[in-house]
Design a protein around this ligand. Structure first.
Ligand code: TPP
Ligand code: DXP
Ligand code: MG
Length: 615
């Protein structure tokens, strides 16, 4: 073994390693991951679970010729180490550093960019069709977790691939967990498969599969031979959903036994047509604290290695305020129900679940279904709230429009992680929701500037009889006044003769900072805190102040600024300040606001340039 992981020439060096060297390597990788992520933060538990599997994949397949697609991509750290990027882990997910997700721009080994779940199988299907049409020869391997397999797109792709008979290798990494415990009918099916006697004799089950199915060449394993035994196997495999859909199902195998992993992966190569290898792993494997609490170690900030405790002091989060308020409201009104797409604790729903058991629904990673499910609940007389991240709600555009807005149903959307999220980057920033929600008739959009306002808005939202979206950012929030009430409308915080900043929700604090900086330079702008984005409240428009600067944590094109521009009388001029027409990279929020001139300083500069006629 070499001293450092950076001393290797991976993936080539893997090819000459024997099983015991690979096992030693797995220890070194775990150690490295735990050390590095304890400093930078990141998706630790999922990566610890795929160490042997990833080593096996790079040993058996030939990346980048063979294409490896990581579903979600949060578990691609080991792949990054094994494709020459160990040296970049000190800057994992930091401004200017390596992404936490696969990025083709980062490495030729990253065959497909991911971040949102359940896309890998569709991407693999398309890549396989392209390969076959072009008569090329290479393997396409999609690695998907049991949580991601609950997403609708994964089912759609299985359906498609199974019928196409195209050679796609699906590796189902089953650890029984989504971020929290995995749920649903498919999850129960997997539990039955993993607890069946078949798991006990790994090699035999894989050999049996190979004897039963068409394989490339004649390199068959010895396995079962008599017709009677073959029939017994076929019956055993009957009812395995993947087989029924047209896949050859191999496994389940123990994903932490490197020699079994390698043998099973070699066997996937031999199968003709679509094949699914079921691998059982443990989330957090090899680090006591993560094994004990895989949910918390799914995505974690910098932590103490010994205790596993995060180093940043706890703060009041927007999610927490939402969850606690909903719990209060749920106690008062038994018609209130909550829905999450596999993000119960992250969206703050846990206390509601505990206080109102039976009224909190985790539907799996199924955002589109979650929204129409809420529409159904509303139709049935309940008052549903969908707690969801802004970027994941993108998955349910059509359901928002056709099921909720068109029928004007009273569904409350608690849109978390709206705006810049930071370390997760392009795939996770919540910069689009204002653009698509603003164009939806009947949708009301509220944006709290602090925790007190969020509490008041939630209470108000349940009094309305149509859809309401309340959007708020990731992270900590100011307490705000406890007894606030909200009946719609905006609030003027300052007057100013040189123009008015209309700041949406949490951007109010940036607007106030800009105002201060400008005042010191002799320019006096007012500030309006925009709590009600839609319908537009124009009652605070000043007749004498004809210059409006809108400020939003969303895309400029199609966002609040353009929406306001369309409502303003012609004598008003408007400058819209938001995120530009490009994908915004990962990095610390403060760095990003600064780089894109959306912090107080940048906003002040842009306003001054505009007023001075330079913009
Ligand atoms: C569309 C979408 N919804 C939700 C998420 C948030 N998310 C990221 S990983 C994850 C759980 C994935 O579980 P699984 O695929 O089993 O991987 P594991 O973490 O267990 O390795 C969830 C819900 C996401 N990335 N994309
Ligand atoms: C990979 C993924 O999609 C989630 O784990 C996400 O990273 C969670 O983000 P938060 O840290 O904002 O909850
Ligand atoms: Mg899982």
């Amino acid at each position: 073994m070499k001293k450092n992981l950076t001393d290797y020439n991976f993936p080539e060096d893997l090819k000459d390693m024997d099983d015991s060297e690979l096992e030693l390597l797995s220890y070194a990788i775990r150690d490295f991951l735990i050390q590095k992520v304890s400093v930078t933060g990141g998706h630790l538990a999922s990566n610890l679970g795929v160490v042997e599997l990833t080593i096996g994949i790079h040993k058996v397949f030939d990346s980048p010729r063979d294409r490896i697609i990581w579903d979600v991509g949060h578990q691609s750290y080991v792949h990054k180490i094994l494709t020459g990027r160990a040296g970049q882990f000190d800057h994992l997910r930091q401004s200017g550093g390596m992404s936490g997700f696969p990025k083709a721009a980062e490495s030729e080994h990253d065959a497909y960019d991911t971040g949102h779940s359940s896309t890998s199988l569709s991407a693999a299907a398309g890549m396989a069709a392209a390969r076959d049409l072009r008569k090329e020869k290479y393997n396409i391997i999609a690695v998907i977790g049991d949580g991601s397999m609950t997403g609708g797109m994964a089912f759609e792709a299985l359906n498609n691939i199974g019928a196409s008979k195209s050679k796609v290798i699906v590796i189902l990494n089953d650890n029984g967990m989504s971020i929290s415990r995995n749920i649903g009918g498919l999850s129960n099916h997997l539990i039955r498969l993993r607890s069946s006697a078949r798991y006990l004799d790994v090699k035999k089950t894989v050999r049996e599969s190979l004897n039963r199915i068409p394989v490339v060449g004649r390199e068959l394993t010895s396995g079962i031979s008599s017709a009677k035994e073959r029939m017994k196997y076929a019956i055993l495999n009957e009812g395995i959903i993947f087989e029924e859909l047209g896949f050859t199902y191999l496994g389940p195998i123990d994903g932490h036994k490197i020699e079994d992993v390698i043998e099973a992966l070699e066997n996937t190569k031999k199968v003709e047509g679509p094949v699914l290898l079921h691998v059982i792993t443990r989330k957090g494997k090899g680090y006591r604290n993560a094994e004990a609490d895989p949910d918390r170690f799914h995505g974690i900030g910098p932590f103490d290695l010994e205790t596993g405790k995060v180093l940043t002091p706890p703060q009041l989060s927007w999610s927490r305020v939402m969850g606690d308020t909903l719990t209060e409201l749920g106690r008062e009104n038994r018609n209130i129900v909550a829905i999450t797409a596999a993000m119960e604790s992250a969206t703050g729903l846990k206390p509601f679940h505990e206080a109102c058991p039976g009224r909190c629904f985790d539907v799996g990673i199924a955002e589109a279904h979650a929204v129409t499910f809420a529409a159904g609940l509303a139709k049935g007389g309940m008052r549903p709230l969908v707690a969801i991240y802004s970027s994941f709600l993108q998955r349910a555009y059509d359901q928002l429009l056709e099921d909720v807005c068109l029928q004007n149903l009273p569904v409350v959307f608690a849109i978390d992680r709206a705006g810049i999220v930071g370390a997760d980057g392009e795939t996770h920033h919540g910069l689009m929701d204002l653009c698509y929600l603003l164009s939806m008739p009947n949708m009301r959009i509220l944006t709290p500037a602090d925790g007190g306002q969020l509490r008041a808005m939630l209470r108000y939202a349940f009094t309305l009889d149509g859809p309401v979206a309340i959007r708020y950012p990731r992270g900590g929030c100011e307490q705000g006044g406890k007894e606030q009430v909200f009946h719609g409308g905006n609030a003027r915080l300052y007057d100013g003769p040189d123009g008015d900043i209309w700041a949406v929700g949490s951007m109010v604090s940036h607007g106030l900072k800009a105002r201060e900086i400008l005042a010191a330079q002799g320019l006096h702008v007012g500030v309006v805190a925009v709590s009600e984005v839609k319908p537009a409240d124009l009652t605070l428009l000043e007749k004498k102040i004809r210059r409006i600067f809108t400020l939003e944590d969303g895309m400029t094109i199609g966002g609040y600024g353009q929406y306001m521009g369309a409502q303003l009388p012609p004598e008003y001029e408007i400058l819209s300040l938001g995120w530009p027409d490009r994908f915004i990279e990962h990095g610390a929020p403060a760095d990003l606001y600064h780089r894109y001139r959306l912090d107080g300083e940048g906003i002040a500069e842009r306003i001054r340039e505009y007023i001075e006629g330079k913009a």
